[in-house]
Every structure is written in C-alpha cells, then in structure tokens.
Write a protein that binds this ligand. Structure first.
Ligand SMILES: Nc1ncnc2c1ncn2[C@@H]1O[C@H](COP(=O)(O)OP(=O)(O)O)[C@@H](O)[C@H]1O
Ligand SMILES: [Mg+2]
Length: 197
C-alpha cells in the first residue's frame, strides 16, 4: 500500500475552536441539479446574504473549479467521479475550517454524492435544485442546451448523460414554483433552525 507510512497528525486546534471564533458552524451546502436549474444563481445570492450577516462563506462553483483545480478532467463518467471526489475532499477541509461552504456542481451521480455525504457526515446538507429539463432548456443561460441539442456537446447531463435525482435531500428548491428569493430564504431558515448560524 502506497500510504502505509502515513499517520494522521493530531492538531491542537479543532473544528469547534474555529467555529467558536467565527460564531457559526462549518457546513457544506451541496447544490445539485441540471444545468440551468438555478444552482449558481441561488448559491451566490445565499452567499451574498450570509456575508452581509457577517458569516464567513466560500462558494465553489463547478465552472470555476474546472478552470483551475480540475482543469485536467473532462466529462466522462470517470472524470465526473474524480471531479466530485476532489470537491468533496476540498469542501470537507473548508467545513473543518468552520466556513459555510457552498458547492454548486451538477454532480449527477447519486452514489458519488452519497460518498461525499458519508465523508462529511452531519455537516453535509444536500440541496436539490429542481427544474424540468424543458424549463432548463428554455432558460438556457449559457446557450449550452442549444449546442447540446445540435449534437455539439458530448455527454451533456439530461440529454446524452444521466442525472440521478437525490432520494432524500435535506432541502428541495422547486424553482418552477419558487422565486430565487424564496429559495434563498428557505436555505437560510434551514441554517438558522439547525444552529449553523
Ligand atoms: N426560480 C428561479 N430560481 C433560480 N433561477 C431561475 C429561476 N427562474 C429563472 N431562473 C434563471 O435560470 C437561470 C439559472 O442559471 P444558473 O444559475 O447558471 O443555473 P446552474 O448553475 O444550475 O447551471 C438563471 O438565468 C436564472 O436567472
Ligand atoms: Mg452553475
């Protein structure tokens, strides 16, 4: 085994110490849903509102991370798994810092999201950003459906690659029925009720 000589180092300062400093609980708000469902729009507004409430946050957005940390990955099933595995590890570190971490990735595979859930435990909050594919296609904020429908994008989630809906997400945001502000409020209420903030 290549890591047989690696032992975990015990640190003097723990998650709770950092949380006491920040007066908040570190957690991962994991937004999942089709492209165009509203993940980035909703997550960035939540982050903005939390920041105004003097909470320390960090938003990791799929597109941005794919331009940096995960620039070596494509959209094959293996790469999608590795994409999520790395983001799961990074978001665990951020939550351990005491930060309210918002993760906005399509993250189409249930098994992958569940393995992140297992790793992060109680601080993992799965948020299903729900919208029918036809609604996403109409919104098409980045013009990607137009391209995918013309066959110009391979392995596009919902068209030529699968999306597996969460079975038991902590929060569902039905964006066909709820406005952006209603979704934002629902998530912030959840954080208050769970004493994360
Ligand atoms: N109720 C709603 N909730 C969220 N987004 C909405 C809603 N109604 C319309 N939209 C629009 O849908 C688009 C969602 O795009 P985006 O947030 O980039 O999606 P994703 O990050 O999931 O790919 C935006 O243009 C947004 O303004
Ligand atoms: Mg997005």
């Amino acid at each position: 085994m290549k890591n047989e000589n690696i032992l975990k180092h015990k640190t003097k300062i723990h998650k709770e110490d950092r949380e006491n400093l920040l007066k908040q609980k570190g957690c991962v708000l994991w937004f999942t849903g089709l492209s165009g469902s509203g993940k980035s729009t909703i997550a960035s507004k939540i982050e903005y509102n939390l920041h105004k409430m003097e909470k320390l946050t960090y938003l990791m957005d799929g597109d941005n991370i794919r331009l940096g940390l995960n620039i070596d990955l494509d959209f094959s099933p293996e790469s999608r798994n590795e994409n999520i595995r790395r983001i799961g590890e990074v978001s665990l570190l951020f939550a351990d810092c005491g930060i309210i971490t918002l993760v906005s990735f399509i993250s189409p595979y249930r098994a992958m999201r569940n393995s992140v859930r297992e790793k992060i435990g109680q601080s993992f909050i799965e948020i299903f950003v729900k919208a029918d594919i036809n609604i996403c296609r109409q919104r098409d904020p980045k013009g990607l459906y137009l391209k995918a429908d013309k066959g110009e994008i391979d392995e596009f989630t919902g068209i030529s690659a699968p999306y597996e809906e969460p079975l038991k997400p902590e929060i569902v945001l039905d964006t066909e029925k709820m406005s952006v502000d209603e979704s934002v409020e629902k998530v912030i209420d959840y954080l208050k009720k769970g004493y994360f903030i």
